[in-house]
Design a protein around this ligand. Structure first.
Ligand code: EPZ
Length: 432
């Protein structure tokens, strides 16, 4: 396995390019399965999750060409002859469940393994299934698989109100309904930028989606969807992560420039709270300049659906709070158990405790390098951020979690002046 070795204390400066969004690329790739003809999507990040999803899609017989050098994926579903997503692949990545909507929409049937829980909790999918039933699908569960069938080959359509609003369920229901025989309606749909950009691609293919970008979607089923070329948007969570890195480890008074970004996708809540920490932010279209202050002010955050503070940035915010000289809190309302990083951060000297759905952080304790273990993607990146500011050497183990969702993380940090390297290690080796 690989680990990161981080010698903390380097002040960062310079400029890096933000990669394409993982959580938008996955639904865009699924949408490509609905087209008549080859679809090319550009600005696809080089990530393990993208490779996994390309493999899941290829199981159906669709032609999936993932060219990492040009950051593009071309999907031609004409050869698709198998309507299945097997457990062995779905268990590696929950977003594989998008195959349910894509196959049901395209072929009128699907057999897709149910995803299990994940590192921080159960993460149910009943909204996906109830929504598809509301649109007229017959749903059966068989040996861990969902068998979904559209009577007569195409869904009649229907109406579904989502509670809570779910990114994944909105994506799956759009995939299932854009080629339906009749019309559908989704109320309390997710409005995260990932969903909005995905709706834009479907519209470019000829889908009729009214209210795209709002929480009420009206879908008029069409008979076919055309092949398109589509550009994926920039990764908003990568942007937020590097903004936090710049705030905690940037050279005070010097700008760190993040290019090819979509700051409008971060949501106003993050941008407002971030600036309240004393960090200066200048936005010029796709370019974000972040200047670290001499001292950070603690600011409490509460996660929420877009445009609220993203749950995918709360673990990173904990490190920002630890770098202040005051007390702060992170309250998690989307996934109340998403705090697996806290025990590892405590091993680095961070004074943070979990109280119910909150993390209470007492800033100002000196952080020291340690051997720490990644548990999931965002938890892992919080360990890397802590390593950047800790005294001494931090070993972040199980880097494969980071490789799922951050393209060339160590390369980008090195470009900013961090002392980070990747090395192989034997996790089960006895201590010397
Ligand atoms: C997406 O997950 C993202 N994943 C997650 O990012 C992100 O944390 C999450 O949205 C919230 O923004 C991808 O886009 C691949 P949800 P998703 O369904 O779609 C509840 C990362 O680190 N819910 O919007 O699975 C659920 O428990 C990942 O990149 C139900 O109750 O999230 C949660 O409380 C991790 N029943 C809330 O909805 C359901 O059937 C929102 O989850 C579905 C969801």
């Amino acid at each position: 396995m690989d680990r990161f070795v981080i010698n903390g204390g380097r002040l960062l400066s310079g400029s890096i390019k933000i990669s394409g969004s993982k959580n938008t690329a996955l639904p865009l790739m699924a949408a490509a399965l609905l087209a008549d003809g080859p679809v090319t999507i550009t600005n696809i990040p080089s990530l393990r999750d993208i490779r996994t999803f390309a493999r899941v899609m290829a199981v159906t017989g669709a032609n999936v060409a993932h060219d990492e050098s040009s950051h593009s994926v071309t999907v031609d579903a004409e050869s698709l002859d198998r309507t299945e997503a097997p457990y062995e692949l779905v268990k590696r990545m929950r977003a594989s469940f998008y195959m349910l909507g894509a196959l049901l929409g395209r072929e009128g049937k699907a057999r897709v393994s149910l995803p299990g829980g994940c590192a921080w909790g159960p993460r149910p999918v009943e909204l996906h299934l109830d929504g598809m039933k509301a649109f007229g699908a017959e749903i059966d569960l068989e040996q861990g698989y969902v068998i979904a069938t559209a009577p007569g080959g195409r869904l009649p359509g229907g109406s579904f109100t989502m509670s809570p609003s779910s990114v994944g369920a909105t994506v799956n229901l759009l995939l299932a309904s854009v080629l339906a025989k009749g019309n559908s309606r989704i109320e309390n749909a997710a409005v995260e930028p990932d969903v909005v950009v995905f709706s834009e691609m479907l519209q470019a293919m000829g889908a009729r989606i009214g209210g795209a970008g709002t929480d009420t979607l009206e879908i008029e089923g069409v008979d076919s969807l055309a092949a398109v070329n589509f550009e994926n948007c920039a990764d908003r969570i990568e942007l937020g992560t590097f903004m936090i890195a710049a705030a905690i480890a940037g050279t005070p008074g010097q700008k760190i420039i993040l290019t090819h970004a979509r700051p409008d996708h971060l949501g106003q809540s993050f941008l407002d709270l971030f600036q309240k920490t004393g960090t200066e932010v200048q936005i010029d279209d796709r370019k974000v300049a972040v200047t670290a202050p001499a001292e950070l002010t603690p600011v409490n955050v509460v996660t929420g659906v877009y445009p609220g503070f993203p749950t995918d940035l709360q673990a990173q915010w904990t490190i920002l709070l630890a770098c202040t000289n005051g007390n702060g809190k992170v309250r998690e309302t989307i996934y109340p158990d998403r705090f697996k990083h806290i025990p590892e951060l405590r091993r680095m000297g961070i004074n943070a405790i979990v109280v119910g759905d909150e993390v209470v952080v007492e800033g100002g304790s000196p952080m020291q390098g340690a051997q720490v273990m990644s548990t999931d993607l965002r938890a892992s990146v919080s360990l890397v951020l802590a390593g950047l500011v800790a005294r001494g050497t931090t070993y972040v183990q199980r880097v494969y979690h980071l490789d799922r969702g951050y393209e060339n993380l160590e390369g980008k940090l090195i470009e900013l002046g961090a002392d980070v390297s990747r090395e192989r290690y034997d996790e089960w080796a006895d201590p010397e």
